[in-house]
Design a protein around this ligand. Structure first.
Ligand SMILES: NC(=O)c1ccc[n+]([C@@H]2O[C@H](COP(=O)([O-])OP(=O)(O)OC[C@H]3O[C@@H](n4cnc5c(N)ncnc54)[C@H](OP(=O)(O)O)[C@@H]3O)[C@@H](O)[C@H]2O)c1
Length: 273
């Protein structure tokens, strides 16, 4: 029998997860039901053609206790939302940034089975990065539920503390936005050299995609792969010199630290990432 999942929130992250689950090659065997709890039906509409997906506006309408309940809402909504789920005795998962495990113990129940996770939007095409954190070791049944939920959705790993999860939030959680920003910059540079918008974007995507897949498959370090493109007195070294003068390493470190700082602030306030 497949898993039944209640997905609370169907915005950018919730819908990325749902799209990923519905398109896994063994999705039919793995998942029986998705009850999507969201204030507005429109967000869920594109998924309703799959008979396993149903929209419900509130947890009161859940037809049975789901195998797991996953929260994908904004951090500032969480304190109001969690008490409505107190009555369910099941595995809870949250993708919400910043809020530590203790927050769920306070607003849900100290004895709830709770896993914090940090996925990213490429889970929608099974190319995500997903970190997990739990206070207690999971029973084999709950391990199996978590595994069924995330197997094949991307690179997954466990961390040991809320602080580590906040760091991951700043790295792989927000990271796709950094990469999209670099793709935009690369495409804009191509346009500045006179290529059309469409060709510029395709060149940027092909370059980032090809280099990322090559970095993963070649078994060589990025430094070594970079050295193979650069020849002394050639063209590439001129560009790398410009990037080094702009201190890209330092900029990236500062960017990630700023996002990490923001994730820590979210623990104490209600703001978006
Ligand atoms: N986006 C990312 O790349 C990313 C990555 C990692 C983690 N996260 C985390 O994922 C969480 C969601 O982020 P997001 O980007 O998906 O935000 P989002 O696009 O704003 O989605 C949040 C959704 O929650 C819905 N919602 C509001 N009140 C609700 C309620 N009472 N019950 C059920 N659903 C409710 C909203 O519905 P309406 O819009 O219809 O009001 C909205 O669609 C955040 O905590 C964020 O930190 C996001």
């Amino acid at each position: 029998m497949g898993l039944s999942i209640a997905l609370v929130g169907c915005g950018a992250m919730g819908s990325s997860l749902l799209k990923g689950w519905l398109t896994l090659s063994d999705t039919k065997e793995r998942f029986a039901n998705f009850w999507v709890i969201a204030p507005h039906r429109e967000k869920v509409e594109p998924f309703l053609k799959d008979p396993r997906v149903a929209w419900i506006p509130s947890p009161v309408q859940l037809p049975q206790t789901p195998d797991l309940i996953l929260f994908a809402v904004k951090p500032y909504h969480l304190a109001d939302i969690l008490p409505h789920y107190k009555a369910f005795n099941t595995l809870f998962i949250s993708v919400v940034s910043g809020k530590p495990l203790s927050f769920y113990e306070t607003h849900l129940s100290p004895s709830s089975l709770f896993v914090r996770t940090m996925p990213n939007t490429p889970v929608s095409i099974h190319q995500g990065a997903i970190a997990f954190l739990s206070k207690f070791p999971l029973s084999s049944q709950n391990k199996q539920k978590l595994e069924s939920c995330f197997r094949g959705m991307g690179f997954s790993f466990w961390v040991n503390s809320d602080d580590d999860l906040d760091k991951v939030t700043a790295l792989t959680g927000s990271g796709p936005a950094y990469v999209f920003y670099m793709i935009e910059a690369f495409a804009q540079a191509a346009e500045a050299l006179g290529f059309s918008k469409e060709t510029s974007l395709q060149m940027a995507i092909a370059t980032f995609e090809g280099a990322s897949i090559y970095a993963r498959q070649s078994g060589q370090s990025p430094e070594s792969l970079r050295a193979q493109v650069i020849s002394p007195h050639g063209t590439t070294v001129e560009a790398i010199n410009v990037l080094e003068r702009g201190d890209l390493y330092h900029l990236m470190e500062e960017a990630v630290k700023a996002a990490y700082k923001r994730a820590k602030e979210l623990a104490h306030e209600g703001q978006n990432i």
